[in-house]
Design a protein around this ligand. Structure first.
Ligand code: R5P
Length: 296
């Protein structure tokens, strides 16, 4: 039987190659380039005919990636792939999960609809599920979620002595509690109010009873970095050293990485989005999930 194919969209080549090696999949080749007018040219250089295909595309900067991704999936289907799945270690458009003001687009649902139409299955890693209980609330295809918590805990156990795990808001409590339990450390959560895309207010409890521990902020996403920066500012104002700041997905919009470095934070991310701060390797966990869902 022919082995499944794993195709990497631009920027995903390294993780795709590692996954293909772990799963014993063939790494397919896709040629993608822009026409002078900005339209996309796409050609599958490896035939998907009668083969199970997984397309890998982490979805930071999603607006420029989604259209070529849909072209790739549609082409694989037209050329008779037996199934076409999406591996999106970072799944975009999960945060607009409600019409907060009249007339707003609930983009999480709309992107879920596009992806569900184009693919047979989806594997992702810690999607931002806040007001949705599961991906099944908006995705109509089978999905698998990989959880980073065990590998985050392992990184903390291996690299931080005497940690205090800190979640930036009450939403993060369940997740932070799991990380802390595995890291054998105490935890607390701060109280965050978001006033706008670039403005957050955080209230911090008195952490004096944990003095002497190393503060470790843990969040699912760093986007503008304002959440981390405000938490760091407050911790420092209470006399703590600059914390270790861990996020699963490092989006680092608007040079957030530079501002976090200036604030003295040691920033650590997972390899769902390629960045110099990648220290937590989730390749094996992703490979397990792909293996399970792609082989029904
Ligand atoms: C929000 O609910 C998330 O858990 C993150 O705290 C948030 O996305 C971080 O965004 P930013 O870096 O822009 O503060």
């Amino acid at each position: 039987m022919t082995s499944p194919l794993l195709m990497a969209m631009p920027g995903n080549e390294k993780l795709a190659a590692e996954l293909a090696a772990m799963l014993d999949y063939e790494l397919g080749r896709v040629e993608i380039r822009q026409f002078p007018d900005g339209e996309t040219y796409l050609r599958l250089m490896t035939s998907p005919e009668q083969r199970a295909v997984a397309i890998m595309c982490t979805l930071d900067h999603p607006d420029e990636k989604i259209l070529p991704l849909l072209f790739c999936a549609a082409t694989a289907r037209e050329l008779n792939a037996s199934r076409v799945g999406l591996v999106a270690p970072y799944l975009a458009y999960m945060r607009q999960d409600r019409r907060f003001k009249p007339g707003e687009a609930v983009t999480s649902r709309q992107v879920a609809h596009l992806v569900s139409e184009a693919f047979d299955w989806l594997v992702t890693l810690d999607p931002h599920l806040h007001r949705y209980g599961t991906l099944g609330d908006i995705y109509s295809i089978p999905t698998r979620i990989v959880h980073a918590a065990p590998m985050v805990s392992l990184w903390i156990r291996t690299n931080v002595s005497n940690p205090l795990i800190i979640g930036p808001d009450s939403e993060s409590e369940q997740w932070v509690a799991a990380v802390a339990k595995d890291a054998d450390a105490p935890y607390c959560v701060l109280e965050k109010t978001r006033h706008g895309d670039r403005s957050v207010e955080i209230k911090i409890a008195d952490l004096v009873r944990w003095q002497g521990r190393t503060p470790v902020l843990v969040d699912d996403i760093i986007s503008t970095g304002q959440t981390m920066l405000e938490a760091i500012r407050l911790l420092r104002s209470q006399g703590w050293a600059a914390p270790v700041s861990i996020a699963v997905h490092g989006l680092f919009a608007e040079q957030a990485d530079r501002f976090l470095a200036q604030a003295g934070a040691q920033v650590i991310t997972s390899n769902t989005i390629v960045h110099a701060t990648n220290r937590i390797d989730l390749t094996a966990s992703l490979a397990r999930a792909i293996g399970e869902i792609a082989t029904p």
